[in-house]
Design a protein around this ligand. Structure first.
Ligand SMILES: Cc1ncc(COP(=O)(O)O)c(C=O)c1O
Length: 387
């Protein structure tokens, strides 16, 4: 990754070389496991990203009618379209009809409600809560206490034992119980647990979706992944889907920013940038310091890098460089491809980053820019007289 000073900042850049490398890894692991590879577009719906992804995946695991429409319009071709969400409205099913290949409902009550609205070609799955937690932060743990996500597996086993008809019309299962995991041991533990608690239900269905939540690029060994998939494929004859998001796109995205002011505050030098944590909302949500190109531990020149909004906590953290920053210096935030623009907002009216793509030959294209008109449209437009 290099800084070029060619871009209008703040800029979000997708590097297609990195994207294609990470997609090739996912494709390879999916093929080795004989698993269908879906992409979960909640991580990034940039058109440049989707154009690359569509060539490598078997389908898309959407979360909402907007994602479905976008994928349907942009690039679906022969790829399968899946919908998984705690809220599925019958209008959505009416609008998508036969074009929806797989639907995963979150609860048996949603299924009762939607049963008559599903078109016959749509295969319906039920989200399971495998009741195994691996995520320390409860906000991101689908198996937390009082979870809203999926039917607890032990409860499902009891319900089906009393009344097997509760699963009428259900031909698949879905689970997703990790976040940024690099250890497929968690997935294997989950697969074994599901196998031991609901073997009869696994024999009744045709497919299982094992979710996302794993950083394939950070893993050193895929054996546990292959074994987990084999439990379902070989043990129960199921078609297996995986639906990563971040693993496909996190590394290919960077945010570039310019330093606009530098001043002292208590014992630190503040550098104000033309970006904000609101362009990278997970930085604020998780309170982590994002990687910045050129930062070196113990570097001679240290700064608190800060965003440009009024929020006191709009800061990225403390960074050191071997050369001093000056007004006009450029900085690059690394590993920003996932859950960045899809969660970004315009707090304080600060425009969203301008979007670029770096092609395989190194050339840069501007592919999109925010505008005052889009900002104003969200406020109700400028045609309303404010007396
Ligand atoms: C149901 C489901 N599937 C897939 C994903 C993608 O997860 P990740 O981006 O961590 O791979 C998520 C993320 O929240 C999810 O909730």
């Amino acid at each position: 990754m290099t800084l070029t000073n060619e871009l209008e900042t703040p800029a979000f850049v997708t590097d297609e070389k990195v994207l294609q490398k990470d997609l090739a890894l996912l494709r390879d692991v999916a093929d080795q496991a004989s698993c269908k590879l879906l992409y979960s577009p909640k991580a990034s719906v940039l058109s440049t990203v989707l154009q690359n992804i569509v060539r490598q995946v078997d389908g898309f695991a959407c979360s909402s009618p907007y994602e479905l429409r976008l994928l349907d319009q942009l690039c679906i071709g022969t790829r399968s379209l899946h919908l998984v969400s705690p809220l599925i409205k019958s209008e959505t099913l009416a609008a998508f009809g036969d074009r929806l290949d797989y639907l995963t409902v979150n609860s048996l009550s949603q299924w009762d409600f939607l049963r008559d609205s599903v078109s016959p070609p749509t295969s319906v799955g039920l989200r399971l809560n495998p009741q195994l937690s691996f995520v320390r932060d409860a906000r991101y743990d689908p198996c937390r206490q009082q979870s809203k996500l999926g039917v607890p597996m032990s409860k499902l086993a009891d319900l089906v034992a009393t009344d097997p008809a509760v699963l009428r019309g259900i031909t698949g299962l879905h689970f997703h119980n990790n976040c940024d995991g690099a250890d497929f041991g968690n997935l294997l533990t989950t697969a074994r647990h599901i196998q031991s608690v609901i073997p009869d239900i696994l024999h009744q269905v045709d497919w299982i979706n094992i979710g996302g939540g794993y950083m394939f690029d950070l893993a050193s060994d895929y054996m546990d992944f292959y074994e987990a998939v084999a439990i379902f494929r070989e043990g129960f004859g199921l078609e297996v889907f995986m639906e990563p998001g971040a693993a496909a796109v996190r590394r290919c995205g960077t945010i570039e920013a310019t330093v606009h002011d530098i001043f002292g505050s208590d014992d630190t030098l503040i550098a104000i940038l033309d970006t904000t944590v609101n362009h990278m909302s997970e930085v604020f949500e998780f309170q982590f310091e994002p990687d910045v190109l050129g930062h070196i531990d113990g570097g001679l020149h240290s700064y608190t890098l800060a965003g440009c909004t009024c929020l006191a906590g709009d800061v990225f953290g403390h960074y050191s460089f071997d050369k001093p920053l000056v007004i006009g210096s450029r900085l690059m935030f690394l590993n920003m491809g996932a859950y960045t623009l899809s969660k970004a907002h315009r707090f304080n009216g600060v425009a969203l980053p301008t979007i670029y793509r770096r092609r395989l030959d190194g050339s840069l294209d501007k592919v999109g820019a925010d505008s005052f008109d889009e900002f104003a449209q969200h406020t109700g437009g400028t045609n309303v007289a404010v007396a």
